[in-house]
Design a protein around this ligand. Structure first.
Ligand code: RIB
Ligand code: CA
Length: 313
């Protein structure tokens, strides 16, 4: 059992990632940290608590983190996740607030207390992780592993032509975390764009179950499914954040490759873009960026089935 912290910006797919983590015996979730991202921080905290209420896990702590990126102005994804962050589906509140310890203090304390023991899965902008590293240099190296949903390497972006939302929202944090020397696995759009939960699966396999969790999934994903259909012409939605949790449960879902990566932080058009330095004719010492394990392929059918089996059981 891997002791695991989820750093999230719920967000519909973050909520599904939390459901998958809590429904998987391989992971022992010890806490959730929330970060400003898809929606403002207070709503991310509220939504994480809503998922804990739904799953009967109000014993778990939720820690509030950064309310804005390191430098850039906040940039939201309410068009996909709704104003409340869970598809404006009227999900019941948990009736409790965040824990008193802030997310950065929680991350630093927990990682330092047990070097090499804690898995960290980050599914939002990396602001909390960057602030933890700034507060306690080397702390991310203390994690057993850091799994990050973010970036787009060979795949086109979703927030900009070249940038994925989490990295575009806070490119400075993404850059600092990639260069922190942690045991980091990147789960970029290159693989999450292949993990579509089809509209048909929601209609045929989820909605008819009429359980609290299946109703939650059907209701909270309705807005993003409509967005995907009307704007992107796609019948379903991508399991971005659940795949990051999936990699923590079973790394064999993805094929990986080590690449030298850096993140553009300044470009008006390109801030948040992941830049892979693949120059083979250049001395290794002259290459840009840091070595990062990148997921380049995914067994998507097996993962989607695994996701459904775990969250609906
Ligand atoms: O680009 C996808 C990522 O951005 C996911 O984490 C989603 O929740 C949004 O935050
Ligand atoms: Ca997210």
């Amino acid at each position: 059992m891997k002791r695991t912290i989820l750093d999230t910006d719920p967000g519909v797919d973050d909520a599904l990632a939390i459901l998958l983590a809590l429904g998987s015996p391989e992971l022992h979730v010890v806490g959730i940290s929330a970060v400003s991202g898809n929606v403002e921080l207070a709503r991310c905290v509220r939504n994480a608590l809503r998922v804990l209420r739904l799953t009967g896990r109000m014993d778990l702590p939720v820690h509030a983190g950064a309310s804005r990126p390191l430098i850039r102005e906040p940039f939201r994804a309410e068009i996909v996740h709704g104003r409340d962050g869970l598809g404006d589906a009227g999900v019941s509140d948990a009736g409790r607030g965040a824990d008193s310890e802030d997310a950065v203090g929680f991350l630093v304390r927990t990682l330092r207390a047990d070097p090499g023991a804690i898995s960290l899965v980050a599914t939002g902008p990396l602001t909390n992780l960057a602030l933890a590293e700034r507060q306690s240099p080397g702390v991310l190296k203390q994690a057993r592993e850091v799994i990050v949903m973010g970036g787009a390497v060979r795949e086109q972006g979703n927030a900009t032509p070249t940038g994925e939302f989490n990295f575009v929202a806070d490119p400075h944090a993404a850059r600092e975390v990639l260069h922190a020397g942690a045991n980091l696995t990147l789960v970029p759009l290159d693989v999450t764009h292949r993990c579509l939960l089809a509209e048909e699966a929601v209609r045929r396999r989820i909605a008819p179950l009429r359980t609290p969790v299946s109703d939650f999934i059907a209701r909270t994903t309705a807005l993003c499914r409509a967005y995907m259909k009307n704007v992107e012409g796609v019948e379903g939605f991508h399991l971005h954040d659940p795949l990051a949790v999936g990699v923590g449960i079973d790394p064999s879902f993805c094929e990986t490759e080590v690449m030298r990566l850096d993140v553009e932080t300044e470009g008006g058009l390109t801030a948040g873009q992941v830049v892979a330095d693949r120059r083979v004719f250049v001395d290794e010492r002259l290459l840009n960026g840091s070595n990062v394990r990148v997921c380049v392929g995914v067994d998507r059918k097996r993962f989607v089935e695994f996701f459904l089996e775990r969250v609906l059981k």
